[in-house]
Design a protein around this ligand. Structure first.
Ligand SMILES: [Zn+2]
Length: 207
């Protein structure tokens, strides 16, 4: 029996398939994931920043980390994270290039011990997006644009109503994406209500 390709729609390349994979992302499957709890309501995006080594951009170390292929002895910093088995659903490089490591249908390992809006274990119900960068260092325009497009694509399939930073869901433990991430810019770019963005609320509400 012939498998009919899906009829391409205008934005098909930016759509997320039934399998939870985005058509236009570069796909680098990570073994670091598990099932989400049954009947999970995926309504949250957690934004992170990462660079390996910190402040060095453009190499393949992030994808090596997320696929358990990083040479821990290649840099002193890597010794600090030796043995880590982590992942995120998406990484947005400085150029705006989008990489996907885990299907959105599955549970990626990005937030660790965390809580948001009264729900613990953010990994259960969130989508993890890493921006290549360094806390307190400005991100690139291409990254905001790719992030906005990705949020639109996610929202076409899941009722995303909460967009938080790792710093908000794990306060005191994590600082990313950090003070240089422009929440107002992302809000303006996406046209979403400010109330959806943790970074635009009062600190007392997000702590
Ligand atoms: Zn993080």
């Amino acid at each position: 029996m012939l498998i009919q390709p899906e009829t391409p729609a205008m934005s098909d390349s930016q759509a997320i398939g039934q399998d939870g994979w985005l058509q236009h992302a570069r796909r680098i499957p990570s073994p670091n994931f598990g099932p989400r709890p049954a009947d999970t309501d995926i309504n949250t995006v957690v934004i992170h920043s990462i660079s390996l080594p910190p402040g060095i951009y453009g190499g393949d170390e992030i994808e090596r980390l997320f696929t358990n292929r990083l040479d821990w002895s290649a840099h002193p910093y890597f010794e600090q994270i030796r043995g880590a088995e982590v992942s995120a659903h998406f990484v947005i490089r400085r150029t705006g290039e989008l990489l996907q490591f885990v299907s959105v249908r599955d549970r990626a390992w990005h937030a660790g011990r965390s809580s948001w809006q009264g729900r613990d274990n953010c990994n259960d119900y969130s989508v993890g997006i890493e921006l290549e960068g360094l806390e307190d260092t400005p991100f690139e325009t291409a990254q905001y644009e790719a992030l906005g497009t990705l949020l639109d694509a996610l929202s076409q399939r899941w009722p995303i109503t909460q967009i938080a930073g790792h710093e908000h869901v794990a306060p005191g433990r994590k600082r990313d994406p950090g003070s240089a991430f422009d929440w107002g810019r992302l809000q303006a770019l996406t046209g979403r209500p400010a109330a959806q963005f943790a970074g635009l609320q009062n600190p007392s509400q997000t702590a």
